[in-house]
Design a protein around this ligand. Structure first.
Ligand code: SF4
Length: 63
C-alpha cells in the first residue's frame, strides 16, 4: 500500500491529520504531508477513512 496526497488539491484543513495522525501532518504551508508513504497493513483502514473524509479528495491509497 502506498498513500499519496495531491498537493494541488489539498487545502490544508487538517481532517486527514485528525483522522490518521500516524500518517499525515499538516505543515506550516497548509499542505498535508504523508509521514509514512508505505505504511503497514494495520493502518489500511485509517488510510482509507482519511481518503474518504478528505473534502478535496486529495488522498489516494494505491495497492
Ligand atoms: S483532509 Fe485533504 S484537503 Fe484536508 S489537509 Fe488532508 S489532504 Fe489536505
Amino acid at each position: 500500500m502506498r498513500v499519496l496526497v495531491d498537493l494541488a488539491l489539498c487545502e490544508g484543513n487538517g481532517r486527514c491529520e485528525a483522522t490518521a495522525p500516524e500518517l499525515f501532518i499538516v505543515g506550516d504551508d497548509d499542505k498535508s504531508q504523508v509521514t509514512n508513504e508505505s505504511p503497514p497493513d494495520n493502518l489500511r483502514e485509517k488510510a482509507l477513512l482519511a481518503a474518504k473524509l478528505c473534502p478535496r479528495q486529495a488522498i489516494k491509497v494505491v495497492e
